[in-house]
Design a protein around this ligand. Structure first.
Ligand code: NDP
Ligand code: OXD
Length: 307
């Protein structure tokens, strides 16, 4: 079988070696080389030229969980199944990142940092956990993994998704009609939604105003879920107490963007959960073997929903 591989990074040889080890019979070509025929394609943020020149393929594998960049490609073949990564070692990383941000918020790390700068010795009373609700926007593979990991900490957990979920220990909300009630109880709002036509700009002035005063944001999904200016305004007004942002509308974030220097924002450069080569290739190779055996696979993107 022939596999065309395109990665955005300089580690293309590592990807190729991992595919070769997992699928020893495969003939693997690295883009921008292009074989006359292709069975499977594995891509991350591919150039439009790749799909424009691509011979018919059986499936396109996205080397990430979010498919927003691929779906925006004007040349993406309409009929070829697009398959995303499901966890593939990302859930454990998300759990670490979100737990760190949540506990920093709950244990008032920003306030203590400020007190240290001011030379102030001033113990603060513990915040009641029962009043420190955590809202998970997105209850898919990653949202549910994070919910399960947070459960022993004892914060009231709520989850929001498109379709209704039953998750033990989590108050679940579904659809736009239930979004205000969900937001009202989220002292920390963790974003794990895909970027789709329905979710872009979701967190605007109106939705941010529905969060309790003093709420904090953890965005580990996509930058365009938020209206940047509305987020900055909510922080400036004191309605929101802080934001931990791993993802941005434009990456790398332009040097002049106000997020860089905002005192209530902590930033990381899209590292909350990186794609792991061994785990991702093992998952994709398993799916290729199933397809070759005429079986169905999970993780096929619904292009109408956009995820
Ligand atoms: P899933 O597809 O498994 O889950 C998506 C969740 O979002 C589902 O619960 C889905 O609802 C919900 N959802 C989608 N659209 C809507 C909507 N319009 N209204 C309400 N809920 C909605 O994705 P993953 O959990 O695997 O990943 C989530 C996102 O995290 C990715 O799309 C990607 O953008 C981001 N990500 C970021 C990384 C980083 O390094 N920063 C790494 C990996 C992922 P339902 O369950 O009803 O379908
Ligand atoms: C992903 C990502 O979607 O890395 O997998 O953001």
């Amino acid at each position: 079988m022939r596999i065309l591989l395109q990665t955005a990074n300089s580690n293309a040889d590592e990807w190729r070696a991992a595919f070769a080890a997992a699928l020893p019979d495969a003939d693997i070509t690295l883009w921008p080389e292009l074989p006359a025929s292709v069975d499977y394609v594995a891509v991350w943020k591919p150039p439009a030229e790749l799909f424009a020149k691509l011979p018919p393929a059986r499936a396109i594998f996205n080397l990430g969980a979010g498919v927003d960049a691929v779906l925006k490609s004007p040349t993406l073949p309409a009929a070829t199944p697009l398959v995303r990564l499901e966890d593939g070692g990302m859930a454990a990383q998300m759990i670490d990142y979100v737990t760190l941000a949540l506990l920093a918020a709950y244990r008032e790390q920003r306030a203590y940092a400020r007190q240290q700068r001011e030379g102030l010795w001033q113990p603060r009373l513990p915040l009641p956990k029962a009043a420190f609700g955590v809202g998970l926007l997105g209850m898919g593979v990653l949202g549910q993994a994070v919910a399960a990991a947070l459960s022993p900490f004892g914060f009231p957990l709520a989850g929001w998704s498109r379709t209704r979920k039953a998750v033990p220990g989590v108050a679940t909300f579904a659809g736009s009609s239930e979004l205000p009630a969900f937001l009202a109880r989220a002292r920390v709002l963790v974003c794990l939604l895909p970027s789709t036509p329905d979710t872009r700009d979701l967190l605007d002035h109106r939705r941010l105003s529905a969060l309790p005063r003093g709420a904090q944001i953890v965005n580990v999904a996509r930058g365009d879920l938020f209206v940047d200016a509305d987020l900055v305004a909510a922080l400036d007004s004191g309605h929101l107490a802080g934001a931990t942002l791993d993802v941005f509308r434009e990456e790398p974030l332009p040097a002049a963007h106000p997020f860089w220097r905002h005192p209530a924002i902590r930033m990381t450069p899209h590292v909350s959960a990186v794609t792991l080569i061994e785990e991702s290739v093992a998952q994709i190779a398993g799916k290729i073997r199933r397809l070759e055996a005429g079986q169905t696979i999970s993780g096929v993107v619904d292009r109408v929903r956009g995820y």
